[in-house]
Design a protein around this ligand. Structure first.
Ligand code: TPP
Ligand code: SF4
Length: 336
């Protein structure tokens, strides 16, 4: 038996001005920056909009507002900049779908040539732009150790063009280009690109994962990344109510379930070595994460697919072991 543990599940909401001032997130302070402001056209409850604002607000604070942002094509770009408007309150460039890391590297090189090394560069994009079409540019940016933080907002499909499967779509998730029915529904197993691990293998100065369920952690990682120089990579799980088939108030809860089930490991690494993980505080079976999402509805009805769910559980269990996601007491209690 494990001892009783207490942990917050929402009372430390980012904008909660009733908290003790020392405990408040930056978003609850009157003078907070607001890099992605009102008027953008993201769907209600979009995890990507939430994540992007937290990352860039934290980066703005860390750099005194000296940032240039380069954005790949995708939801974040489209919903924030319907020409001739923009919801961004910082220098922001739209590159193409596939070249944001290369354009960001070019901006960093131009700034260096001008001796303006205090101005920092952030590249950002969705998982399609990052793990598929922009992957070669990103790997090159890592390999050259360009002075750029690249942020991937992972909503696990090409959402902007109608929920097509990307290289980061997880096994069995239904998309517009993966069948919901048949003998082996959803994206095939054994495929998909685990970009945080690929980034680690490049041995770059900083790699971290985060989710919208841990906004303080996300802020801290964005700030830490801005303290460092060279190529840095931040991979943020950003639930998409439209593509995942969840309610508009669910992004944070679903992201938390992804972490607590072991489906999405949250870690931090320096120079290719993992330096910290977010331990699972309330382990849950993957079914708890899958069931509320319509993209996995075919695993539950009309014919339940316990075999597929078991394979997803195996993958989550592998993450739990690989990243030591359970604390030692919990691990002992589970007999592993
Ligand atoms: C070369 C090229 N191919 C295709 C497109 C069409 N396109 C625009 S956004 C997008 C999908 C973006 O998906 P992702 O990067 O995952 O970001 P999300 O919209 O999910 O945030 C596609 C295919 C394009 N703009 N350029
Ligand atoms: S489709 Fe998804 S990622 Fe795109 S704006 Fe809507 S909720 Fe956000």
């Amino acid at each position: 038996m494990t001892g009783t543990r207490f942990y917050q599940v929402g009372s430390y909401a980012a904008g909660n001005r009733l908290l003790d001032p020392a405990s408040r997130a930056e978003q609850s302070r009157a003078g907070r920056p607001n890099s992605l402001t009102m008027g953008h056209r993201a769907c209600r409850g979009c995890g990507e909009a939430l994540a992007a604002r937290y990352v860039l607000d934290a980066a703005e604070r860390a750099t005194g507002g000296r940032i240039v942002t380069v954005n790949a094509t995708g939801c974040l770009e489209v919903f924030s900049t319907p020409y001739p408007e923009s919801a961004w309150r910082l220098p922001w460039l739209h590159s193409l779908f596939g070249n944001a890391p290369a354009v960001a590297a070019g901006v960093a090189a131009a700034l260096r040539a001008q001796g303006r090394t205090e101005v920092r560069v952030i590249g950002q994009g969705g998982d399609g732009g990052t793990v598929d079409i922009g992957f070669g540019c990103l790997s090159g940016m890592f390999e050259r150790n360009d002075d750029v933080l690249y942020v991937c907002y992972d909503n696990q499909a090409y959402m902007n063009t109608g929920v097509q499967r990307s290289g980061a779509t997880p096994p069995a998730a239904r998309t517009a280009t993966t069948l919901p029915v048949g003998g082996d529904p959803g994206a095939p197993f054994g495929q998909g690109k685990d970009l945080p691990r690929i980034a680690l293998a490049h041995g770059i100065p900083y790699v971290a994962t985060a989710t919208v369920a841990g906004l303080r952690d996300l802020e801290a990682k964005a700030a830490r990344a801005m303290d460092l120089h060279g190529a840095r990579y931040l991979h943020v799980l950003s639930p998409c109510p439209l593509g995942w088939g969840t309610g508009s108030g669910e992004a944070v809860r679903i992201a938390r379930l992804a972490v607590e089930s072991g489906v999405f490991p949250v870690f931090e690494a320096v120079d290719g070595e993992i330096t910290g993980v977010e331990r699972i505080r309330r382990p849950v079976p993957v079914e708890e994460y899958l069931r509320p999402q319509r993209r996995y509805a075919h695993l539950f009805k009309p014919e339940p697919r316990p075999d597929v769910i078991a394979r997803i559980q195996q993958a989550a269990d592998r993450n739990i072991v690989r990243y030591h996601l359970l604390d030692p007491d919990e691990q002992a209690a589970q007999g592993s």
